[in-house]
Design a protein around this ligand. Structure first.
Ligand SMILES: [Zn+2]
Length: 127
């Protein structure tokens, strides 16, 4: 950022020298430099914010996939988590289409969610 500011200063130096007679132009240039600096800093902060948001969303997605796979009695939930971790939304779409379809209902014994059509509960093993 410092380099960018120096570059801006360097580019505007001939202008500055040419308009030395009119001192009013100097604050304008300073304001422009400050605006460029703020814009650079702002986009950097936005990038950090976006990266954190994507990371949090990814973790939430992984937890959801792991719980959903467990509720549906899938024993390869780790494989699905890895797939969704590396392919994000694409992996999620593949998962949603290839998982056992059906409604999730609370188990009467342990109260965890299970597939309505499943023979036994994946959490407590009761039919
Ligand atoms: Zn149960």
């Amino acid at each position: 950022m410092k380099r960018l500011f120096l570059l801006t200063l360097l580019c505007s130096t001939p202008n500055l020298l040419a308009q030395r007679a009119t001192p009013a132009s100097t604050p304008d240039l300073d304001a422009a430099g400050a605006a460029i600096g703020a814009g650079c800093c702002g986009s950097f902060l936005f990038m950090v914010f976006a990266m954190v948001a994507i990371f949090v969303l990814n973790v939430a997605l992984l937890i959801w996939v792991a719980r959903d796979a467990k509720n549906r009695g899938m024993d390869n939930s780790v494989m699905w988590m890895i797939l969704v971790f590396f392919t994000s939304l694409l992996g999620l779409i593949i998962y949603i289409f290839s998982r056992p379809q059906g409604d999730l209902v609370p188990c009467p014994t342990c109260n965890n969610k299970r597939l309505k059509v499943s023979a036994k509960c994946p959490h407590c093993g009761n039919p």
